[in-house]
Ligand binder design. Structure first.
Ligand code: FES
Ligand code: FES
Length: 228
C-alpha cells in the first residue's frame, strides 16, 4: 500500500514497522517489486553522492569567490612574485597560496592532497625554503619569491636536473606526489649541493608517497647531486 512505503534512494519500500512484522526490510523488498541488489545499489549510490558533495564543496573552501566581510581591511588586489614574474591577483583574506596558485593563476603543477599540512603534495619554495602552500595564507607571502614546479623549466623547455634524475631513477609511479618531491629536493640541493643520503631523507621526510617510491626518490636526489 502506498501509505506504508518509504522512499529510500529512489526505491519505494515498505516502512520499517511493517517490514519488521514480515521478517525485515530486505525480506519485504522482493514482495514490492525491488530486488535486494537494487536496494543495496540505491543505498550505496546515495552515500557516494553525499560523500562527493562534501569533497567538492569542502575542497574549495579555501578559494571562495564570494565577497567576504573585510575583517581588518585587507587589500584584495595584490602583487605576487611567482617564478620571477609579478602577478596581480584578487585574493580573499583567508585564501591559501595553493588555491591562489592553482585556481587563480593556473599553476596546477602544485598539487593538493590532504589540504592540511600532512602530505607535502603542495610544496613550493618561498625564498628558497620548501613550504606547504596549502597551509600558507596568500596575503602573508607578498614580497616573497614564490617558486612552483613550473618555474623549474629551462629557457628552452628542458627539465631541471632533479626532474631528469627522477625520471632516470623511475621515481614517479602515479606521479601525484612528484611535484612536491621535486620542490623539496630542489630546496635541499640549492642549500646543500652535496647532501648525504640521510640528509636527503630528512629533507624529503615531509613529502609522503602513497605509492611507496621513497627509495627511488632518494636515489634521484643523490643522482642529481652527483651530476651537478
Ligand atoms: S596538500 Fe599541503 S601538505 Fe598535503
Ligand atoms: S608516486 Fe604515487 S604518490 Fe608518490
Amino acid at each position: 500500500m502506498t501509505d506504508e512505503k518509504t522512499l529510500v534512494s529512489g526505491i519505494d519500500i515498505p516502512s520499517p514497522a511493517s517490514a519488521t512484522d514480515d521478517g525485515g526490510v530486505l525480506g519485504t523488498i522482493g514482495r514490492v517489486g525491488a530486488s535486494r541488489r537494487q536496494f543495496i545499489k540505491g543505498v550505496i549510490s546515495s552515500g557516494a553522492a553525499v560523500s562527493s558533495a562534501g569533497y567538492v564543496f569542502g575542497g574549495m573552501a579555501g578559494c571562495a569567490t564570494e565577497e567576504a566581510p573585510m575583517a581588518g581591511g585587507v587589500e584584495r588586489l595584490i602583487s605576487l612574485n611567482v617564478n620571477g614574474e609579478t602577478r596581480r591577483v584578487d585574493v580573499l583574506p583567508y585564501e591559501t597560496l595553493a588555491m591562489t596558485l592553482r585556481y587563480k593563476l593556473g599553476l596546477t603543477g602544485t598539487k593538493l592532497g590532504c589540504d592540511r599540512a600532512e602530505c607535502g603534495a603542495c610544496t613550493v619554495l618561498l625564498d628558497g625554503v620548501s613550504t606547504y602552500s596549502c597551509s600558507t595564507l596568500t596575503h602573508t607571502v607578498r614580497g616573497r619569491a614564490i617558486r612552483t614546479v613550473e618555474g623549474l623549466e629551462g629557457p628552452n623547455g628542458e627539465l631541471h636536473p632533479v626532474q631528469q634524475a627522477m625520471i632516470d631513477e623511475l621515481g614517479p609511479q602515479c606521479g601525484f606526489c612528484t611535484p612536491g618531491q621535486v620542490m623539496a629536493a630542489v630546496a635541499l640541493l640549492e642549500a646543500n649541493p652535496s647532501p648525504t643520503r640521510d640528509e636527503a631523507r630528512f629533507a624529503l621526510s615531509g613529502n609522503l608517497c602513497r605509492c611507496g617510491a621513497y627509495d627511488h626518490y632518494l636515489n634521484s636526489v643523490m643522482r642529481a647531486a652527483q651530476s651537478a
